[in-house]
Design a protein around this ligand. Sequence first.
Ligand SMILES: [Zn+2]
Length: 255
Amino acid sequence: MMALVLVISFGGGANGAENSIGEDRFDTIVLDAGHGGRDLGALGPGGLQEKEVSLALALALEKKLLDRGLKVVMTRREDIYIPLEQRTSIANDARADLFLSIHANASRDSDVDGTETYFLSLKASDEDAQRVADAENLAFETAEERVPVPEDPLFHILGDLIETEHLMESSEFAGMAQTQMGGLEKGSSRGVKQAPFVVLMGVQMPASLLEVGFISNPKEEKKLRSKKHQAKLVEAILVSVDDFGKRYDARRGIR
Ligand SMILES: [Zn+2]
């Protein structure tokens, strides 16, 4: 029952209500640097920790977004542990227009590389996608919570809480982000996928989880460590946020 209580508590405050003053212009983004503190995330063969990569990218992206005059809310700005459900609450309290959770991937096969972008579904688009969600949901399980499984009645209740109105825009953003990240290097795109990520459940805005590369691949670990490659990833994500923001406003009749 714990998971149910938590998910319902996500709803507090925001409920998708718009600011009563002015229009719902695209102006606020929540950046969620995956993992942190005792939750290291995936580990590279050279010792790079996913939590370091996700934070470096989130901080660099924050700077660029602020330069554009956008409001940015960070779920963490330092190496601390933040429970997954708290990340969701931070996003909803901010009444943001986009939630981006930044992660690095891992595989048992050290040859696997490339980027992929996710948006929420209770059913994973394939087995690999489910494995990624299982790994990313570990922080939730170690907090003695449990992630519901499809035959669990909780699953259906959770399903009702997923805001379908935001799925279209989440899917749109995921497509844009993946086009940009995948465009950095020929053959590096693993595409847009869907999976049941706890951190995306209950988020009352378009939301996407970015896997910026495989930390388990020695070559990619090296790239993820380099400021140069980090800057390229940030630029790619930035272009997709700009494009998404323009379409977001156009759909709402804002110029
Ligand atoms: Zn992660």
